[in-house]
Design a binder for this molecule. Structure first.
Ligand SMILES: [Zn+2]
Length: 132
């Protein structure tokens, strides 16, 4: 993913900022200390980075997409925990299902349609299991 420079929503300038600047006291709880974000200086659309790097996870997200990414994370995390999978195994499964390289399988960088795809995949896998 290349570094976003201009906001796709409003054309504003995107800056790289420490995660603490956005999350304040919550940064520690979210394990984001020392991590980086890209954020539009005009409309606050933003995206996180791969841990310990300045490489963005995907394109910047507005409020609606951010909420969708959060929802998707909740569905996916609950899904693999219910199945007693490891996080690594879960992401490997997801990358196979979505036909994406593992290093691009990050919900924090997904678009609306990809988020929905994750939710649908989890739902379908649960249905198949309960039907078996
Ligand atoms: Zn913007």
């Amino acid at each position: 993913m290349r570094v976003p420079k201009i906001c796709r929503y409003c054309g504003g300038v995107i800056r790289q900022i420490p995660a603490e600047e956005v999350y304040r006291e919550a940064a520690g709880r979210l394990k984001l200390n020392g991590e980086w974000l890209y954020q539009c200086q005009n409309c606050n659309a933003r995206v996180g980075c791969h841990r310990g790097t300045m490489r963005p996870l995907g394109n910047v997200a507005n409020e609606v997409l951010r909420l969708k990414r959060v929802e998707t994370h909740q569905v996916f995390d609950a899904f693999w925990k219910r199945r007693h999978m490891t996080r690594t195994a879960a992401y490997k499964w997801l990358s196979e299902q979505m036909a994406l390289p593992e290093n691009q399988t990050h919900i924090g960088g997904f678009e609306m349609d990809q988020c929905q795809q994750v939710i649908d995949l989890c739902r379908r896998a649960e249905e198949e299991r309960s039907a078996a």
